[in-house]
Ligand binder design. Structure first.
Ligand code: G6P
Length: 366
């Protein structure tokens, strides 16, 4: 049936605020980590595979990039992530022992389906999809599946589909870690507890909306923006830049902050807002020196820090403090303010937020 907007102005805003519920639904029924949640044969398949190959487009591709950090660090499984429209036409080296993972909100994206079929035609039969549409072609054509329960997503710019994909990919990470003997029970219990706390943690992040609205006023007057992150937050910077360009039409690029000096620093002037994803993780000190490189050229920093980052507001440095530091799951929290920033900037510019020009929700033709 029709999806109601309720108190929200746009579907995108509604969907951003639905994320606590969407994640809770996606994790519902997961009492412990067991391969069964991906399908009956999952244990047998997971025992055999020696690597992961992720195939996806758009926002789903960025979920895959985030998962690579988790899969390699926690499960110790080598992971490649490929843009589906490239992989399907590339001569790559097939590995029949890889687990091919497609990620798709719609389950009908033409390039992702073609990439899956290409892998299958190369003797790669261990397939799994993380998908938001239970009756889609993707689910029919993959041997294993995990259905995210984001619910219908109407806004062209994906939000709750992305965070639920991340939740599912973290479950996959823990499951592979367990099968590979790398998940002691205390770790399993601790991770599950953190996952169950995600809806409350996201609710606290959503309360930052008024501060983000104030930033959006400044962004609405810009034509360019740079997004920086390091490590596991680099894909989140990419997703933040994608959201901003999709709906506000501001040119935005994301860089891993260590690459600044290899090009983008040349673009930094007083006119360039630089959004920085800066939680207190192992990269924070490196990131801070990258931030100084930006300040030295007059660039204006907009920093999403957390309590332990030890970054304070000063001339040209604006800071929003995230409510808590969330360890490995931190990307799921840090993307939320970037969604809100894109949304409110687009709102201030008066664009058609839910139906941006030239873009479609589901790209079922090449
Ligand atoms: C389109 C949508 C994006 C989405 C991408 C992949 O470009 O506008 O929001 O991320 O397709 O779609 P999928 O349904 O495969 O996740």
């Amino acid at each position: 049936g029709a999806v109601e907007l309720g108190p929200y102005r746009h579907y995108m805003q509604k969907e951003i605020f639905e994320q606590p519920r969407a994640i809770a639904d996606t994790l519902e029924g997961v009492e412990s980590i067991t391969p069964d949640i991906f399908g009956d044969d999952a244990y047998k398949v997971f025992k055999k595979i020696d690597s992961v190959l992720i195939l996806a487009c758009g926002t789903s591709y960025y979920a895959g990039l985030t998962a690579k950090y988790w899969l390699e660090a926690v499960a110790g499984v080598r992971t490649d992530v490929e843009i589906a429209s490239e992989y399907r036409y590339r001569d790559s080296v097939p590995n029949p022992n890889a687990l091919v993972v497609t990620i798709s909100q719609s389950g009908e994206t033409a390039d992702t389906l073609a990439a899956l079929r290409h892998a299958q035609s190369q003797d790669m039969q261990h397939t799994l999809t993380i998908c938001n549409a239970a009756t889609s072609a993707m689910v029919r054509e993959c041997a294993l599946a995990y259905i995210t329960r984001a619910g219908v997503e109407v806004g062209v710019a994906s939000t709750k589909a992305f965070t639920t994909q991340l939740a599912a990919l973290f479950l996959l990470t823990l499951t592979l870690a367990q099968v590979k003997g790398r998940l002691p029970e205390e770790r399993e219990v601790a991770f599950l507890k953190e996952m169950r706390h995600l809806p409350a943690a996201i609710t606290a992040v959503l309360a930052l909306e008024p501060q983000i609205i104030a930033w959006a006023e400044a962004f609405a007057r810009k034509e360019n923006a740079l997004f920086l992150g390091r490590g596991i937050h680099y894909p989140i910077a990419l997703e933040g830049a994608l959201k901003l360009k999709e709906i506000s039409y501001i040119h935005a690029e994301a860089y891993p902050a260590g690459e600044l000096k290899h090009g983008p620093l040349a673009l930094v002037t007083e006119e360039m807002p630089v959004v920085t994803v800066a939680p207190a993780d192992s990269m924070i000190e490196k990131l801070k020196s990258n931030m100084q490189e930006v300040r030295a050229r007059g660039g204006e920093l907009y920093v999403f820090a957390d309590g332990d980052s030890r970054i304070t507001s000063s001339e040209g440095v604006h800071v929003i403090r995230m409510p808590e530091h969330y360890g490995l799951l931190s990307p799921i929290l840090h993307v939320v303010p970037l969604q809100l920033l894109a949304y409110h900037t687009a709102l201030a510019r008066g664009t058609d937020v839910d139906k941006p020009r030239n873009l479609a929700k589901s790209v079922t033709v090449e």
